[in-house]
Design a protein around this ligand. Structure first.
Ligand code: GDP
Length: 365
């Protein structure tokens, strides 16, 4: 008979480290064992991502739709395209959803949060996700938790709360802080932890009536994070509030975002391009007619990231052309950051990794 994890109930296996129920071979023969994910959760507060193909995941989590619960969908406000789950309505059925944008601490202070919130509402609506409310928080710093917890308290009515999100949005950090706040006990997840009954779901009681259920981090292939080495992921992820950097650009000039993306200013007046990226992701300005050569010779060298490891997995750069009319338009590079075109009225060509679509939005100023 297959052995199961005494934590989450997953069938134990030693073949695929990234899959649910993984346990090192040496530990498989012991009695009453936890899979590595549960083990790490108990011992290091580290919730491992589980790689699941979309269909498997959908099947697994569609059980949420059969329950009466409250769903908290966590996204990364730096990578909304890569982290907003378009399948959500199919997963959660008629249950209420609160959308939570994490990593607020990284946004420049000048960001208009009301506009950002409205934009998230609109995006969710456009994806067919009907949401009760949007909150902006920082799981790392604890910002915004008071308001969010109040809302969750009002809405849950003794129901269970499912936390749903793709990998790298900060779900473990969020769940740990949630537990710390709701149980007033630091590291509660390691001490008062209930074995779950559903495969891969971690159940954490918050009182006698409700449980917070942490679902496995979903792998979304359109997320930039999957195409970067660990070292590059650290470089492109801002580690403090972003400081915008201004570039005055004439037409026929190019900005390289490391060697991961490129903006060619084709037509328009001289104007300011404001770059919002991790300060460790270097921007290079060059003449448009020199840009191809610079990229060929310097990608992975002067134009970093990508490092050698990233170069092996990064999709090739592909081109999209945009005509920008309005002033204060952002070009968004999912998972990297964005560039604000101050005056508008510009023709622009963008190079971006294939499959990681660039989009435009009105600035939140
Ligand atoms: P998970 O894969 O969704 O469980 O994400 P983790 O909790 O492991 O977080 C992914 C990365 O985002 C880690 O480097 C965290 O330190 C970072 N992170 C999580 N929450 C925040 C936040 O609120 N602000 C910032 N700046 N970083 C965060």
């Amino acid at each position: 008979m297959n052995k199961t994890c005494i934590g989450c109930g997953a069938i134990l296996q030693s073949e695929e480290k990234s899959q649910i129920g993984y346990i090192p071979k040496s530990a498989l023969s012991d009695d009453d064992v936890y899979c590595q994910r549960c083990f790490q959760l108990r011992h290091y507060n580290k919730n491992q991502a589980v790689s699941l193909e979309d269909d498997d995941f959908l099947q697994m989590v569609s059980s949420i739709g059969d329950t009466k619960s409250l769903v908290v969908h966590l996204i990364d406000i730096f990578d909304v395209n890569g982290t907003l789950l378009h399948h959500l309505p199919r997963i959660v059925g008629n249950n209420d959803v609160i959308l939570v944008g994490n990593k607020l601490d990284l946004l420049p202070k000048s960001t208009n949060r009301t506009k950002l919130t409205h934009w998230l509402f609109r995006l969710a609506k456009a994806s067919g996700i009907s949401i009760l409310d949007v909150f902006l928080i920082s799981s790392a710093k604890g910002h915004g938790f008071d308001e969010l917890l109040k809302k969750m308290e009002v809405e849950r009515n003794n129901k269970d709360i499912y936390i749903v999100g793709v990998t790298n949005v900060g779900k473990s950090t969020f769940v740990n802080r949630l537990i710390e706040r709701t149980t007033k006990e630091k590291n509660a997840i390691t001490t008062s932890y209930f074995p779950g009954t559903t495969l891969g779901f971690i159940h954490i009681p918050i009182d006698t009536n409700s449980t917070v259920i942490d679902t496995p981090g979903i792998v979304n292939k359109q997320q930039m994070a999957h195409y970067l080495s660990n070292r590059d992921l650290k470089l492109v992820t801002p580690n403090k509030e972003i400081k915008p950097i201004n570039y005055q650009l004439n037409p026929k000039q190019t900005l390289f975002v490391g060697g991961l993306a490129r903006v060619d200013y084709l037509k328009g007046e001289k104007q300011t391009f404001v770059c919002y990226f991790s300060n460790r992701l270097k921007i290079h300005r060059t003449k448009l007619d020199k840009a191809d050569e610079l990229y060929e010779q310097q990608v992975g060298k002067l134009l970093l990231p990508p490092d050698n490891e990233t170069l092996k997995i990064l999709p090739e750069l592909t081109r999209s052309t945009f005509r920008i009319e309005e002033a204060y338009t952002d070009i968004v590079f999912p998972g990297l950051g964005w560039i604000t075109i101050i005056d508008g009225n510009a023709s622009i060509e963008i190079y971006h990794p294939k499959g990681i679509a660039v989009s435009l939005r009105k600035s939140f100023k």
